[in-house]
Design a protein around this ligand. Sequence first.
Ligand SMILES: Cc1cc2nc3c(=O)[nH]c(=O)nc-3n(C[C@H](O)[C@H](O)[C@H](O)COP(=O)(O)OP(=O)(O)OC[C@H]3O[C@@H](n4cnc5c(N)ncnc54)[C@H](O)[C@@H]3O)c2cc1C
Length: 554
Amino acid sequence: MPAATRPEPEVPVLIVGGSLVGLSAALFLRSHGVDVLAVERHAGTAIRARSGHLQLRTLELLRSVGLEDVVRRKGEEQYDPNGGINNVESLAGREIANYFPDLNTGVAEFSPTVRLFIDQDKLEPILRARAEELGARLRYGSDCTGLVQDADGVTAELTDAGDGAQSTVRAQYVIAADGNRSPVRHRLGIGMHGHGTLSNSITIYFRSEIDLEPLLRDRNQGVHYVTNPLLRGFFRLNRSGNAGFLAVNLIGDTARPEIVAAYPDAPWANVAEGITEQRALELLRAAIGIPGVPVVIEDIATWQAVAEGADRYQDGRVFLAGDAAHVVPPNGGYGGNTGIQDAHNLAWKLALVLAGTAGPALLQTYDDERRAVGNLTVEQAYTRYVTRVAPYLSTQDVQPLVDDFSMEIGYCYNSPAVILGPGESSSVHEHPGASRGRPGSRAPHVVLDRAGSRLSTLDLFGKNFVLLAGSAGAAWCPAALAAGRQLGVELDAWQVGGDDLRDADDRFSSAYGISPAGAVLVRPDGFIGWRVIDAAGASPATLVQVLRRLLCHA
Ligand SMILES: Cc1cc2nc3c(=O)[nH]c(=O)nc-3n(C[C@H](O)[C@H](O)[C@H](O)COP(=O)(O)OP(=O)(O)OC[C@H]3O[C@@H](n4cnc5c(N)ncnc54)[C@H](O)[C@@H]3O)c2cc1C
């Protein structure tokens, strides 16, 4: 019999789901000082690798909360730091395509950090430790079994996975980071749109008794797509050369006559259905390309490759983030990355609204900003799925490929929390070399020098609003600080090219699209909120007006 209901104290933010995105949300919220409780029905963090590819923007965000070094070290234990992505007939066989010979080619121009691979089961404990260090409360083995909203808050019912004891918790806001099946999304009746289920897939986790690395020859390892008449999927083989996983997407869906026609000898068109260890072994050996290669299957997971986004990311006081908001096939490595970036976008907004510094309407910009990115991501992951895995699919509803820099650090926001300048218009994405500080884009990386130490402009962002003025724009700094004080907004102001912060390569004005007398106001998430090209109007009154708009005051 379940134990009696226990009352729970209030918490400003409850997070449902304590995996990649729930942990990130806890971490980012705590870095803004918000008290948070995350509940996760599993007993602990992920036990198997799924997500592995961390994109530039994600590393930038982890850098902002002090995790870049530890994540890079852990990633390098597992994978070549500059591994690439290619497509082979089998590991031992012919290379069909090489998408990225080196993951980090050209990165240094745009970012202070790197792309890398780290398995989800290695990343989550790092996120968890940092979130707890910052004071997040994480409750494992706790299932959120009910959620009721009213005008003042949300009451959640929690059921202990061990003894079935029920309790309630009262929160002002809830983040549903409860994965692709998102019980919270279902409860709210939020629909999904997109391409639907693409394939019933499996992941085969394995160990090899021989070193497979020599099969890679001079090809840098990272991700190896496998395309042969038996299967289509991809390997992530870690640098030990004798462990990793093979994800198999196809041989697709028996309902698709074109697949059946294309592979008349393949009886397992739906690879997940009735999968056995023997079948998995056959597929794995075919993907490695050595008959009888001594490998041990450690686990087999079944999952669906889906490309869909939620119709809304907000319902009253509840926000969807991560796979709850968008589900994409793994191609391009978007799922976890996009979710972590959702959490980052939401955290500063919740913090400022809870503190009373911003108007509640700021929270609606989460849907404006992240749903547009989510929809773009669903389409671009689908494009990569079709090109790399399932070229038999119709190309009619496939978006042209958007390059990876534009996807990772070039997506732009258009919402009331962005003030475009006269004649400016926004786009959903733009190459980071082209946006040049336009409001709504990510603030560009420029190398600075502070007391002889190198840093990036990005190292100035993460917590507060930041005004950056050009070398002749000193007047903007006291004006911004005065405006911040007047509104109770935490704000930093720097003159780039002044005594305290040198513009190491003399790039700042041009990278940010201002004259030396101009300034930009960067939001706590590192996106440009407002920009002024020159010194006209450098007064606290101007900045008060700008901040009030960005903070969505009525
Ligand atoms: C083979 C494969 C490879 C991938 N590779 C990459 C990659 O390289 N890069 C990348 O970015 N992404 C990748 N992904 C996708 C990535 O794994 C997911 O996008 C990511 O895990 C989503 O994180 P999430 O926290 O939103 O959801 P999940 O990881 O699904 O976590 C949701 C959590 O919520 C919990 N939960 C659900 N309901 C409740 C409830 N009612 N109460 C309490 N807890 C609840 C669940 O137990 C679960 O732990 C890959 C996926 C696969 C399958």
